[in-house]
Design a protein around this ligand. Structure first.
Ligand code: PGA
Length: 253
């Protein structure tokens, strides 16, 4: 992990936690957390945003994030949530392009590029997820696929916009499966991503881009993953639902 870049550990609660449980979890995390330079982002379901904003408000290096937003600013889109709405309840980050959104909600790179634009226009930092399925890795096409996801979803941005983006590499075969990428596999892909960013923008931009690893990250493997030179933290699913595990992962960063 490079000291110049922001170290970030983001919890992705996915579709878990009732209102009460979410409040308890956020408070338990705050109680156990030691002050550090690692930025912590809680990406909650929409119903928790306001209450968790009140809990993390004023705590240094703690931020609120959402897990999706609509590509339009407002309008007749029943059941959807827009970037300015997220901003208005205190969100700083929004996860975009998570593989579950791509897989179960048919989100394409082209749609994601529009969501990224919306988020940035309203002052939200996208945590943009990329990653390959198992068959793609087995066919040796994982680097090509991730390059395509970056090109289509992010590389239309101007350098000053790109600086606001956090990238998360999440191999789909590692998400929620207990099968983590090895530290070498993670490093190899993170190095590849950074090289692509350097080629598109500048080395200096690539050097400042935080690239998180996600996929069955837990206290027992976080230290090794985070010690890789191009791994700048993690996007944590299952283990972010237990305050003790999540705090242990944060402390590994
Ligand atoms: P996991 O999920 O940590 O439960 O594998 C990671 C993610 O999907 O962001």
């Amino acid at each position: 992990m490079n000291k110049k870049r922001n170290r970030i550990v983001a919890g992705n609660w996915k579709m878990n936690m009732t209102y009460e449980d979410g409040r308890d979890l956020a408070m338990a995390i705050i109680d156990q957390l030691q002050p550090s330079e690692t930025k912590v982002v809680l990406c909650t379901p929409y119903i928790h945003l306001r209450s968790v904003a009140n809990i993390v408000n004023g705590i240094s290096n703690m931020f609120l994030g959402a897990q999706n937003c609509h590509e339009a600013e407002n309008g007749a889109y029943t059941g959807e949530i827009s970037a300015p709405m997220l901003k208005s309840v205190g969100a700083h980050y929004v996860i975009l392009g998570h593989s579950e959104r791509r897989e179960f909600f048919g989100e394409t790179d082209e749609l994601l590029a529009r969501k990224v634009d919306q988020a940035l226009q309203h002052g939200l930092k996208p945590i943009f997820c990329v990653g390959e399925k198992l068959e793609v890795r087995e066919a040796g096409k994982h680097e090509e696929l991730v390059a395509q996801q970056l090109r289509n979803g992010l590389f239309h941005l101007k350098p000053e916009q790109f600086r606001e983006v956090v990238i998360a590499y999440e191999p789909v075969w590692a998400i929620g499966t207990g099968k983590t990428a090895s530290p070498e596999q993670a490093q190899e892909m993170h190095r590849h991503i950074r090289a692509l960013v350097a080629k598109k923008y500048k080395q200096e931009v690539a050097d400042m881009t935080s690239i998180l690893y996600g996929g069955s990250c837990k206290p027992s493997n976080a230290v090794e993953l985070f010690s890789q030179p191009d791994v700048d933290g993690g996007l944590i699913g299952g283990a972010s639902l237990q305050a003790g595990d999540f705090v242990a992962i944060i402390q590994s960063a």
